[in-house]
Design a protein around this ligand. Structure first.
Ligand code: DX5
Ligand code: ZN
Length: 221
């Protein structure tokens, strides 16, 4: 079994000290840095765009895992790849041709990821799974941090895990939204391999390293 990875989402970080927060995450044992891009159209909020990826690239050697909540998405792939994204995850709802979008990401030398809103049926992913190296099950409605984990997404995590088993290659099942020390164990038991956590990491009064440690303990059971 793969080791479970922790991917802190900078959406909940202190933007005035972003570089420092990412360094803290790395020294606290983070595996990837999750970067949530929101456009005020596909989701109601605007977060930030490619300049943040570009600014963080020299700050860390951790993979920058970019989650694009933007529509249309195709015109922006090259920009995020050039800025230094290691993976780019797109929403199946945000492109007319997910296969084309995932292939474009792959051809840019970036790891392609695919996700969906909680309300979109899981079968919407099935035709594209073999093109995705990351499959992200959203466990909150995308658009903001600090929401509660949706337990009714647990069967979906299991379903995706089952499907991914039958595919070869290096693939990751990621979960995002409401993950904390209390909810992580259930997600991992269902099959999650990469835990995205924003408020549970950057909002923890004990500090980033202690928060990541708490998540790891939760994974270990
Ligand atoms: C939600 C984002 C998440 C968010 C998670 O749209 O995709 O990555 O930052 O935040 P928490 O961990 O606070 O639920
Ligand atoms: Zn995200």
């Amino acid at each position: 079994m793969k080791q479970v990875l922790i991917a802190p989402s900078i959406l909940s970080a202190d933007f005035a000290s972003l570089g420092e927060q990412v360094r803290e995450a790395k020294s606290g044992g983070a595996d990837w840095i999750h970067v949530d891009v929101m456009d005020g159209h596909f989701v109601p909020q605007i977060s930030f765009g490619e300049p943040i990826v570009r600014a963080l690239r020299p700050v860390t050697d951790l993979p920058l895992d970019v989650h694009l909540m933007i529509e249309p998405v195709d015109p922006h792939l090259e920009t995020f790849a050039a800025a230094g994204a290691d993976s780019i995850t797109i929403h199946v709802e945000a492109t007319p041709d997910p296969a084309h979008t995932l292939r474009t990401i792959r051809d840019l030398g970036v790891r392609p990821g695919l996700t969906l809103r909680p309300g979109t049926p899981a079968w919407a992913l099935w035709p594209y799974l073999d093109l995705a190296e990351i499959v992200l099950v959203m466990t909150v409605e995308p658009g903001r941090g600090g929401q509660s984990f949706m337990p009714d997404m647990l069967p979906r995590i299991q379903q995706v895990a089952e499907r991914l088993k039958s595919l070869d290659g290096d693939r990751w099942l990621q979960v995002d939204g409401g993950l904390n020390a209390a909810t992580t164990a259930a997600a991992v038991t269902a099959g999650a391999q990469v835990i995205v956590a924003g408020s549970a990491v950057f909002g923890d009064a004990r500090g980033v390293a202690a928060a990541i440690d708490g998540l790891r303990r939760a994974v270990a059971g």
